[in-house]
Design a protein around this ligand. Structure first.
Ligand code: HEC
Ligand code: HEC
Length: 429
């Protein structure tokens, strides 16, 4: 197998050195080449619960109800023909999403030949992937952490797509192209599955996740349908995983001093409507970094001076999903915020003649309803520091950038100090 010296296990190795023990590294047995995720290429077979793994905001950790995070099960086993498995795009050290830096490193180390780089996720299905230089160009969206989606307008929609402007020259009014970030496969609480809710099964999260896993095996992994035992193993694994930031430099462990950050407390957090109270005990802490995080939490809960509240949509206590599984339009697919390499589509309401422009129609392309256009899942907000860039299309690079985005897109109004406090809180989730 091709061994990759950096990345996921690079971080783990450094940490094991720091911790002075090696409870999990099993150097004697490598995975086979088909298991080529960054995690598995280091022959790591399991992650102990709460093992801190470095990320740009400090350290994150995972916690599994199984007692440890098994890196050898069906989730990390290629189920199809192209060598990809669930962990290829949902990497534990990247908050169970996938960071552009990880993708770029895999590209550099494998000349863009790692199973992640598959023509089905090139900029277009017709892109040239014959040479390293061609691949670097043709995977420019994937190298930013975004995966190709092609969607046809739904039958009987309340709208028509009347114009398409795609910088790659592929998307049309009848076959729309856009790109989305991998959602983290951890902290599942509410029912909505996928950015546009496409795999939601009313009233049944397990069924929704099963539908998603079946579709992924035959889609992104290009395999025959998986057995129901395999699908159940994958879904049970996902449902057992919690992930959160566990340590922030300056503030220290996020479950110290009476705080309840980190993944373990998240595992037992029920899906209930409520405020974030993880850092209540830090309001009067002696440590200024801790007090800042606690101030940020209050801003998230209570809103800006105009009464606009983050917690108004991110309603699930200490998790941030929407308790009712609602999807909202926060302007993330408005052309006003698009990057130069994103396509724009013009849609017309067939009843009223009204038009709108969008880079990704979201829920509206699932239901066909005009009112659902540009609505996206309200994602869980734990483990954010490990999984930049943010929003379905990755248009926001950093957590301070998220705060600025909300000021521009939804009219939130924070002072410079409040902006820093809120970003510090998001970084500690
Ligand atoms: C090629 C990359 C890739 C692979 C492989 C992959 N995923 Fe994903 N996954 C994504 C992307 C991208 C999204 C978001 C797409 C969207 O919503 O349109 C996603 C979304 C999801 C979601 C929705 C999460 C939520 O909060 O709604 C789940 C669940 C999921 N994946 C599980 C899996 C499982 C299980 C596997 C293996 C069977 C898998 N993924 C394999 C890229 C991948
Ligand atoms: C109107 C409902 C609503 C409000 C108000 C709201 N959010 Fe969100 N939030 C969402 C939705 C929906 C998404 C996903 C949108 C998308 O990607 O298109 C999201 C995404 C995010 C993300 C990115 C998560 C990721 O995985 O990429 C962060 C961080 C976030 N919100 C924080 C906040 C903060 C901080 C505030 C207050 C300043 C706030 N939200 C206010 C609904 C809301």
């Amino acid at each position: 197998m091709r061994r990759v010296p950096f990345g996921f296990m690079g971080g783990v190795c450094i940490l094991l050195g720091v911790l002075g023990s090696a409870p999990v590294a099993d150097g004697s047995e490598g995975g086979d080449a088909a298991h080529a995720s960054t995690a598995q290429e280091f022959a790591l077979r399991r992650l102990p619960n709460n093992l801190p793994l470095p990320n740009p905001g400090g350290f994150g950790a995972s916690y599994s109800t199984a007692g440890f995070v098994d890196l050898t099960g069906e989730y990390f086993t290629p189920q199809g023909t192209n060598g990809r498995h669930c962990g290829t795009c949902h990497e534990p050290s990247d908050g169970w999403s996938l960071r552009p830096a990880t993708i770029q490193r895999l590209f550099d180390l494998t000349w863009g030949l790692h199973p992640l780089f598959n023509i089905i996720d090139a900029n277009t299905p017709l892109s040239d992937v014959s040479t390293v230089a061609a691949r670097r160009k043709s995977y420019s969206m994937l190298l930013q952490g975004k995966f190709l989606r092609l969607r046809r307008p739904p039958a009987n929609a309340e709208f028509q797509v009347i114009a398409a402007e795609d910088p790659f020259g592929y998307g049309t009014t009848s076959n729309l192209l856009f790109f989305r970030r991998p959602l983290p496969t951890a902290n599942f609480k509410s029912l909505t599955v996928m950015w546009d809710g496409a795999n939601t099964v009313a009233g049944d999260l397990h069924a929704g996740l099963s539908r998603q896993a079946r579709g992924n095996v035959t889609g992104a992994q290009q395999g025959p349908p998986a057995s129901e035992e395999t699908i159940a193993a994958i879904v049970d694994f996902e449902l057992g995983i919690s992930h959160a930031q566990s340590l922030v430099l300056g503030a220290g462990r996020l479950d110290a001093g009476g705080a309840r950050g980190g993944p373990e407390a998240q595992a037992s957090q029920p899906l209930v409507e409520g405020r974030f109270d993880l850092f209540d005990e830090w309001r009067w802490d002696w440590n200024p970094y801790r007090r800042q995080i606690a101030r940020g939490q209050e801003l998230f809960n209570n809103g800006d001076h105009n009464g606009r509240r983050c917690g108004g949509c991110h309603t699930a206590a200490n998790n941030g999903q929407n308790v009712n599984g609602l999807l909202f339009n926060i302007q993330a697919s408005s052309p006003a915020f698009k990057k130069a390499d994103m396509a724009v589509y013009t849609l017309r309401n067939t009843a009223t003649g009204e038009t709108l422009q969008t880079t990704d129609p979201g829920l509206g392309f699932v239901t066909g309803r005009w009112a659902d256009l540009n609505r996206f899942k309200t994602p869980n907000l734990r483990g954010l520091a490990a999984r930049a860039p943010y929003l379905h299309n990755g248009i926001v690079d950093s957590l301070p950038g998220v705060v600025t985005f909300y000021e521009q897109a939804l009219g939130f109004d924070f002072t410079p100090r409040e902006e820093e406090d809120l970003a510090a809180f998001l970084n500690a989730l």
